[in-house]
Design a binder for this molecule. Sequence first.
Ligand code: KG4
Ligand code: ZN
Length: 343
Amino acid sequence: MIFLGIESSCDETGVALIEADAESMPRLRGQALYSQIEMHRAYGGVVPELASRDHIRRVLPLTREVLQLARAELCDIDMIAYTRGPGLAGALLVGAGVACALGASLGRPVLGIHHLEGHLLSPFLSATPPTFPFVALLVSGGHTQLMRVDGVGVYRLLGETIDDAAGEAFDKSAKLLGLGYPGGPALAALAAFGDPNRFALPRPMLRSGDLSFSFAGLKTAVMVTLRRLGSTPSEQDRADLAASTQSAIVDVLVRKSLAALQSTGLDRLVVAGGVGANTLLRAQLGEQATRRRFKLHYPELALCTDNGAMIALAAAMRWQRGAADARTEHDFNVRPRWSLEAL
Ligand code: KG4
Ligand code: ZN
């Protein structure tokens, strides 16, 4: 079976082909990605209308590119998967529209995939895939969640952010520091030159007794600290503040992940979503994994942020366990807000 995956929920158009049989691990045949980061940079964040229009421009050329890479033809595709939500409604509609049009013209079934399911299954495409059950830390621009994952489609929410997501905390703090969009990688780069212990920033909800997160206060603390530093903070001040911010976010993510492992009694942690690319987070989790003897899994670095491969993979894994309720009618809708537990 060959699965085409289309991702268009935010500012990346991703297309990929995955091949799968009934049992073995699905294999990536080819993928292509177009990031709109340059276009949105001028506005300091994603402009939804521009995102939708750009997905329209990119999705068919990317599909042609992937078919060429995989040496496949359109008629080789057996099932078409697209991101049904959550995400920007207009952007989602582009992927859904193209997937359903392809399905109708090729006479193939179409399957709408939950974006976060794509993220949390993405480590199955890595060289050392996890096995079920595991705890998943989903850390993206829009979500910060700890899930218990017992199998494909068997997800239980353990805790999530009550306000900003971790990626949002990176992005908003970066903006305050005058760094470009997206803020995560920029803040991490500046932090490399700073002292993480210079500013004591809040680590909210560490003692909440549950697995909830809260990051909104951090951005306020960064703002107040910047104000105290005066109108022209030095390069070192900014680097120290970036390092202290990164350290606060990572500290909370690591400690809550450890608490989730302890409360579930599981010994595997999967980290997925854009913030999972953060070097400090990886280093600190790696250290804890060695010390506490749990296994740690990430997607390949290129599959940490949004991509089509994770969408095709989720479809393939659903099909393998007989849960791919793909449709042969090609009317469609998208779900800009969609809980993973509702799957
Ligand atoms: O998963 P993703 O690509 O898109 C969403 O579904 O949101 O995640 C994007 C988020 C952004 O907030 C970005 O700043 C953050 O991931 N990010 C990082 C790093 N790379 C991406 N945050 C911290 N360190 C990084 N290296
Ligand atoms: Zn994402």
